[in-house]
Ligand binder design. Structure first.
Ligand SMILES: Nc1ncnc2c1ncn2[C@@H]1O[C@H](COP(=O)(O)OP(=O)(O)OP(=O)(O)O)[C@@H](O)[C@H]1O
Ligand SMILES: [Mg+2]
Length: 451
């Protein structure tokens, strides 16, 4: 992409309505524009990051054996009356009446709709296990939408639902979700800690929330510092292996880690003092096992091996995809702007032409652009006729992890400058070597989607 042809409405002024860094930076970097309270348009740069996160979520869900689909945003109230949640859900649910006077709602979550699909099409235990998921917009009429996309009213969420014959099978699904979520967050350059949580209106006994540590997080968290050393890294996981999934879950859930809702002082104080940590966290996901809470009232049964109908054991599992954009920025920025992790960056590298119109500089930039593109990388080329200072400030603000600076002086010596946004360190090297270095840096990353 050439900046002269892009739509990147960066703001010079710090917007006064934004209280936290990620909200400020998303507005300043031209990623989002508020449409109305808690509802945002995703401008091209923001949309690109959102798509990258969505793509990672899909890849990790499919890898875990879960099946993607798409359910609508609007639902009929009747299904929610069946489960008993229509009245329970309260003012957070946006209720709509259609022209025929039928009660509808904008889905805040999809347990009822998926259970209805399941009961219509699945009849035998032989069709289990099954986990279906989708990534779709949700609406919750939050009392206080704030912090930009972190607590919106309309937000983008991955929600998945497992259907199993027995509790043991459903707990394996729970474990599979935990492992796939850990992988998902790691690929996004984030550390999200699973913490035992309260189940709230979804209901159920077993539930963990995933929290990214950040001062601006809304949850108070308490944990044993050893948990922050855990990493999945390059481990290959066999998601069909109960033992393997369970071992990883045990590894991550043995050290103490809880939110204020489930915090237990006595257990916490038993941890050696130098490992006790309390701070704040952003909830970026949650998994639940809730047994037959929906399958019983809604009649989602399968014929068991003995021919008798059995209500299926279910769980639901969510990732806050749009909130994650903000969470990543909270975890990775400085006073100049955003610093994208390589796995989610909207463009892989910026090319800054210090002397637009200089035939050699222009040609060198074009050549770099072509070589990077040929490798499947996406450069953002600042080809505007602007001062270098302004170009650098824009690149720093939008946070591409790598910048190649091209100017007539360097080109005389056959070099360009490659700068890391994270460390600020620069090195001079021939253009081909810069391309080669970027190819190596991004070798382990999935580059698509390219829009
Ligand atoms: N209003 C919101 N804006 C953006 N993301 C949200 C919002 N509400 C929930 N999410 C995201 O969706 C994920 C799954 O939804 P879940 O039902 O667990 O939310 P929740 O526990 O009600 O969230 P919270 O406690 O933050 O209100 C959450 O972990 C969070 O990342
Ligand atoms: Mg939650």
């Amino acid at each position: 992409m050439r900046l002269s042809r892009y739509f990147l409405p960066v703001l010079k002024e710090t917007p006064s309505e934004a209280q936290i860094a990620s909200h400020r930076l998303m507005l300043r970097a031209g990623m989002i524009k508020q449409a109305t309270a808690g509802i945002y348009s995703w401008l091209p740069l923001g949309f690109k990051v959102l798509r990258k996160l969505e793509n990672i979520v899909h890849e990790e869900q499919v890898r875990a054996g879960h099946v993607p689909m798409l359910m609508p945003t609007l639902q009929s109230a009747d299904l929610w009356r069946e489960s008993g949640r229509y009245d329970d859900y309260g003012a957070e649910m946006l209720r709509i009446t259609d022209r025929h006077g039928r009660d509808m709602l904008y889905g805040p979550t999809n347990e009822e709709l998926i259970t209805d699909i399941f009961r219509a099409h699945v009849g035998s235990y032989k069709d289990l296990p099954l986990t279906l998921y989708h990534i779709q917009w949700k609406f919750r009429d939050e009392v206080r939408p704030r912090f930009g996309v972190m607590r919106g009213r309309e937000f983008f969420m991955k929600d998945g639902y497992n259907f199993d014959l027995t509790k043991e099978d459903a707990l394996h699904a729970y474990n599979r979700h935990m492992v796939s979520y850990l992988r998902t967050y790691e690929r996004m350059g984030l550390q999200a800690i699973p913490m035992r949580a309260d189940s709230g209106p979804i209901g159920g006994d077993d539930t963990h929330e995933f929290l990214v540590l950040a001062e601006t997080g809304e949850s108070e968290v308490f944990y044993d510092s050893v948990i922050t050393d855990l990493k999945l890294g390059e481990r290959v996981v066999d998601y069909d292996s109960r033992a393997e999934c369970e071992a990883i879950v045990t590894e991550w859930t043995t050290p103490y880690a809880r939110t204020d809702e489930t915090h237990d002082k006595a257990t916490f104080n038993a941890i050696p003092e130098d490992r006790r940590r309390s701070s704040r966290g952003i909830e970026v996901g949650q998994i639940f096992y809730f047994g037959t809470k929906y399958s019983e009232p809604m009649g989602a049964t399968v014929q068991g091996p003995d021919g008798k109908p059995v209500p299926v054991h279910m769980g639901s599992h969510g990732i806050g995809v749009s909130r994650l954009v903000g969470a990543i920025i909270e975890a990775s920025h400085d006073e100049k702007g955003i610093i994208w992790p390589e796995g989610v960056t909207p463009f892989h590298a910026g090319i800054v032409n210090l002397k637009q119109g200089d035939s050699e500089a222009d040609a060198a930039c074009e050549a770099l652009y072509a070589s990077l593109t040929a490798l499947g990388l996406e450069p953002l080329y600042d080809d505007r006729d602007e001062r270098a200072g302004g170009k650098f400030a824009t690149m720093d603000l939008i946070g591409l992890p790598w910048r190649i600076t091209v100017g007539p002086r360097g080109l005389k010596n056959g070099v360009v400058e490659l700068t890391s946004r994270r460390t600020g360190e620069s090195e001079e090297l021939p253009p081909e070597a810069a391309v080669e270095k970027l190819a190596q840096i991004y070798a382990g990353h999935v580059l698509r989607p390219a829009f």
